[in-house]
Design a protein around this ligand. Sequence first.
Ligand SMILES: NC(=O)c1ccc[n+]([C@@H]2O[C@H](COP(=O)([O-])OP(=O)(O)OC[C@H]3O[C@@H](n4cnc5c(N)ncnc54)[C@H](OP(=O)(O)O)[C@@H]3O)[C@@H](O)[C@H]2O)c1
Length: 181
Amino acid sequence: MNSPTSSRSVGLLLASSLDGAIGDGNDLLWKLPEDLSRFKALTMGHSCIMGRKTLLSIGRALPGRQMVVMSRQANLPDNAFPSAEAPAYFRQCLWAGSPHEAMALCSEADPIWVIGGAEIYRVMEEYAHFIERTEVEGLWPVAQARFPLDPNRWSLVNSGEWLTSTSSLRFRYQRLERTAI
Ligand SMILES: NC(=O)c1ccc[n+]([C@@H]2O[C@H](COP(=O)([O-])OP(=O)(O)OC[C@H]3O[C@@H](n4cnc5c(N)ncnc54)[C@H](OP(=O)(O)O)[C@@H]3O)[C@@H](O)[C@H]2O)c1
């Protein structure tokens, strides 16, 4: 029998600064409306795997996307979060206690998107085939959530022009693929 992970296309979708920062506490580090629009366009109709802390930072279930949330507190096999005090939108998500459980819950639409945060990028990196990155100009050296990309593992296959956001930050879109070994 095929493993649920073997035949699926899996992409990491992330925005990170030049020094690999992605967030701090519950918050993103920047306002980038163009990136939010792109995130919506890419993920609509797909499964999104995320960590419990990222779900809390989003603060709702995203319409049109299947939310698969990783937590070691997942109450399998019900795929439900156990706490009665959990926010109501927790019940609109599927819950998984491991990468394999998360991927087995995903719908058939490829790719499966891994949407963060830092812990889940690290856990899911080995299953990913490509990365769609929004590179944000600037350094955030004290930000706690970080996911620096390993150049030995990921090769840049496309890098767009630098663009200027309506928020005045500069950013560009990049695609990376797993380095052949
Ligand atoms: N810039 C971006 O593209 C981007 C995208 C997403 C998020 N972010 C930012 O990233 C930050 C959140 O990232 P984070 O690293 O703190 O948290 P996270 O990755 O969102 O979630 C961490 C949680 O995931 C669960 N988990 C981790 N490893 C697991 C495993 N092997 N099996 C099952 N569950 C596992 C645990 O939940 P339990 O504690 O319940 O066990 C853990 O506390 C926020 O600042 C957010 O704004 C940025």
